[in-house]
Every structure is written in structure tokens, then in C-alpha cells.
Design a protein around this ligand. Structure first.
Ligand SMILES: Nc1ncnc2c1ncn2[C@@H]1O[C@H](COP(=O)(O)OP(=O)(O)O)[C@@H](O)[C@H]1O
Ligand SMILES: [Mg+2]
Length: 295
């Protein structure tokens, strides 16, 4: 049986009359990376605050089999958390803040922090009030990544980082996983998820609307087909399961649900297929399908 690190059942949270979480179920198993994906306002941060015992909610939230609200102090000994919007003590330097966090975790071996400060190219001697959002984020990330804990929770950690730093962050997360750590990673950047996560949960308007691994998600998505034939075809745009049909330079391009591929090939073969390419939609495209073009 897998060890469960984090388990939420039917978690509900209202702010006044507004219900931000409408019954969230989440599971994170040991040594896994759980991607928590959804557009702004979906409820990611609220869920994470419930997990961390920062706000009270209905339903159950358990971390290391302890209660998020009642046992928050104990739980926090074994986890590190990086919020999306990092606020630091303005008059402390970045280095002092990192040391303070490591002290809170009773971290004796602090050697890794020096390496991270170099890799993330942070000047730890500057006062926090002079840091940009990206630099504040680096301070929090370095403090979290150099702590030796069981669970790491990152809430949109790379939103203020440039692409190079984002890649660095991903490498660090991969290393943590290799060391057997468990990670909850919230994001609206799907490329992070595609590359890192074992399981993906998609949240929308306070509800989990989809969960599974990348493969599970992809069976819901579409294939992009590009085909050419010896004999002329017409009327493909009339076929009900063919979507977004276009004829470009003699190639027929369209989308179909993946399970229709056999049917399409059978249909087209009577026209003598010259070339046939099929590309699975990326998670990004799948995501667009859920949320519409504006997201
Ligand atoms: N303290 C609060 N008071 C009132 N509404 C809030 C508060 N915090 C969050 N919300 C609302 O709850 C919803 C979920 O917010 P949030 O959890 O921050 O989403 P996300 O992190 O996915 O962007 C949003 O509609 C947001 O406006
Ligand atoms: Mg948020």
C-alpha cells in the first residue's frame, strides 16, 4: 500500500456568501509530485491554506495523518512552504531570512543553501525591502529547498522568476523527488506540470474537475491529424466527429477525439493515403478546451 502524505476529503470553504471551495478531494502519496492546476481564482491558494492550517474549513484535511487545523504546529515541523506572493521582513537581509527559516526547521546541515544561493544567483547581503518580487521568491525558494523535510508545498512558485530560474527550480524539484520527498505544486503554467508531476488535479471554480496522470488526461484530449491522399477528397468538414477542418497546401488538417483514429484511417484509406501524421494535443491545448480561449 502506498503511504498517504496528504489527504483532503470534501473540503469546503466560504468567504461570506461566496463559496470558494465546493468539496475538494485531494491525495498525495509519498515520493510523488502532485500538480494542482487551475486558472486564477479557482481556489488553489485557499486549498493550500487549509492544508497548512492557516484557515479553517469544513470537511477533513490531514497531513502525515494529522489534522491540518488542530495539529498545525506538529505538521509544520516536517514541511516547507513557498507562497505565491512572498512577503519578507523588510529590514533583514535575504541571507538572514534564509537562516531564520532554516533555524525554524532545526536544520543543522546548512551547506546546501550556499550552493542554491549561487545557482539562483541571489545577493544574500541585500535587505529584503530592496528585492524585486523575483528575488523575494528566490529567498523563499532557497530557504525551502535547503530544508530537509518530508513535504514541500509550492504555490505558483515560479510566477516571478525568469525562464532560466524556472528551469533551475524544476531541476531542484526533480532532485527532491529522487530523494523520496513528496511535493504539492500549484500552478497555472502547464509546462511545469507536464514535465514534473506524477498526478494532476485540475481545479475550476472551487471544484476538482479532472484528476489523473498525463496519460489519463490525454485520452480526453484530441489528436491533430494532417493527411494527404492520392485521390481527391471533399466533404471532410461535413463529418460530425471531424473538428476544425482546414485544407492547407493539399494537406487536410483537422482534430478528432483519439478513439476515432481507427475510423478515420479506415475512411481515408479508400482515397489512398500518401502521408498521415497524428499529434496528441498538449495539456496546454486540453486546458484551453476546458477554460476557453481567454485562459
Ligand atoms: N480572504 C478572502 N476573502 C474573500 N474572498 C477570497 C479571499 N481569498 C480568496 N478569495 C476568493 O476565493 C476564490 C479563490 O481564491 P484563491 O484560492 O486565491 O484562488 P487561486 O489561488 O486559484 O488563484 C477567488 O474568487 C478569490 O477572490
Ligand atoms: Mg493563488
Amino acid at each position: 500500500m502506498k503511504d498517504t502524505i496528504l489527504e483532503l476529503n470534501n473540503v469546503r470553504k466560504s468567504y461570506g456568501n461566496f463559496q470558494a471551495l465546493k468539496g475538494i478531494d485531494l491525495t498525495l502519496n509519498a515520493s510523488e509530485i502532485l500538480g494542482f492546476i487551475g486558472p486564477n481564482g479557482a481556489g488553489k491558494t485557499t486549498t493550500i491554506k487549509v492544508i497548512l492550517g492557516m484557515i479553517k474549513a469544513q470537511g477533513t484535511s490531514r497531513v502525515f495523518d494529522l489534522d491540518s487545523w488542530k495539529d498545525a504546529v506538529e505538521i509544520h515541523k516536517y514541511l516547507s512552504y513557498v507562497p505565491g506572493d512572498v512577503n519578507l521582513w523588510p529590514n533583514l537581509t535575504g541571507g538572514e531570512v534564509i537562516d531564520f527559516f532554516l533555524m525554524l526547521k532545526k536544520q543543522k546541515d546548512t551547506s546546501y543553501k550556499h550552493e542554491l544561493i549561487k545557482r539562483f544567483d541571489l545577493d544574500p547581503t541585500k535587505k529584503c525591502k530592496t528585492y524585486s518580487k523575483g528575488n523575494r521568491q528566490k529567498v523563499a525558494l532557497i530557504a525551502a529547498l535547503s530544508s530537509d523535510v518530508s513535504l514541500y508545498i509550492f504555490d505558483e512558485p515560479t510566477s516571478g522568476l525568469d525562464p532560466l530560474m524556472e528551469t533551475l527550480f524544476q531541476e531542484e524539484v526533480r532532485q527532491l523527488k529522487d530523494q523520496g520527498k513528496s511535493i504539492l505544486l500549484s500552478s497555472h503554467i502547464l509546462s511545469e506540470v507536464e514535465q514534473l508531476c506524477d498526478t494532476i488535479n485540475i481545479i475550476k471554480e472551487g471544484k476538482i474537475i479532472e484528476k489523473g496522470n498525463l496519460q489519463d488526461m490525454r485520452h480526453l484530449s484530441m489528436s491533430n491529424i494532417r493527411v494527404s491522399t492520392e485521390k481527391n477528397i471533399s466533404g471532410l468538414d461535413q463529418v460530425d466527429y471531424i473538428k476544425d477542418y482546414r485544407l492547407i497546401d493539399g494537406y487536410h488538417e483537422f482534430k478528432i477525439e483519439n478513439h476515432k483514429i481507427g475510423e478515420v484511417i479506415a475512411q481515408l484509406s479508400q482515397y489512398e493515403i500518401k502521408s498521415f501524421e497524428s499529434r496528441l494535443s498538449t495539456l496546454e491545448e486540453l486546458f484551453m478546451g476546458y477554460y476557453g480561449e481567454e485562459h
